[in-house]
Ligand binder design. Structure first.
Ligand SMILES: CC(C)(COP(=O)(O)OP(=O)(O)OC[C@H]1O[C@@H](n2cnc3c(N)ncnc32)[C@H](O)[C@@H]1OP(=O)(O)O)[C@@H](O)C(=O)NCCC(=O)NCCS
Length: 177
């Protein structure tokens, strides 16, 4: 199997990625997930993993954000929407997409650390790929509700330019990813 990895503008690449989202997370599936009803940000960049026919079989969304950690402003990189098409799982594609996401942030001089949110049962998957649980509090913004505590998903961090904090208060100052 030959695969191609591209890093593309988030909005421009969305039509290519949407079928993968629709297949994995149709509305009836999302309704039963811990993050049902939460409004998420749109990715600034997207890692696309494409097969030999050009079809998108894997994806990771990248988000650039100035957050606060314990009240101090800091540039971080978000990673979200890590997806592999069901028939292409367990071949290392999500690992490839995550590595491409981390490398992209490493090339951007301003990103201090990366943040990802996942369901609790996925923590070991990310932990074996260099992510560490963030055990502090996370705040986000939601339409009509303003600033709210975000605990529907577990936060994980990954060192980029500097060591990522694992405690304290993170405020994403916007929608989660
Ligand atoms: C979670 C998800 C993205 C993983 O995708 P994936 O492409 O299967 O992930 P990988 O292949 O990189 O790793 C999965 C397993 O495959 C195996 N694997 C990894 N590389 C491999 C390779 N080169 N050859 C064979 N097997 C491999 C490993 O057993 C690995 O599990 P591990 O954690 O024990 O190491 C995928 O299951 C998915 O899309 N799930 C639904 C959406 C979802 O829940 N996304 C996460 C949101 S936080």
């Amino acid at each position: 199997m030959s695969i191609e990895i591209d890093i593309l503008n988030g909005d421009a690449a969305w039509p290519q990625v949407k079928p993968l989202y629709d297949a994995i997370w149709p509305p009836e599936v999302v309704a039963g997930l811990p993050w049902a009803g939460i409004t998420f940000a749109h990715a600034d960049l997207r890692v696309l993993v494409q097969d030999e026919t050009g079809e998108v079989v894997g994806h990771a969304g990248l988000y650039r954000r100035v957050v606060t950690w314990n009240g101090q402003k800091i540039n971080v990189g978000g990673i979200g929407g890590v997806l592999t098409r069901a028939d292409r799982r367990n071949q290392g594609l999500a690992t490839v997409a995550l590595n491409a996401a981390i490398q992209t942030f490493r090339h951007e001089d301003s990103i201090n650390f990366a943040i990802l949110f996942c369901a609790e049962d996925r923590i070991p998957f990310y932990a074996s790929r260099g992510f560490t649980p963030f055990t502090g509090d996370v705040y986000v913004e939601q339409p009509q509700r303003g600033r709210v505590r975000f605990d529907a998903l577990s936060a994980l961090v990954h060192d980029i330019k500097r060591s990522a904090p694992t405690r304290g208060t993170l405020d994403l100052r916007g929608l989660p990813w």
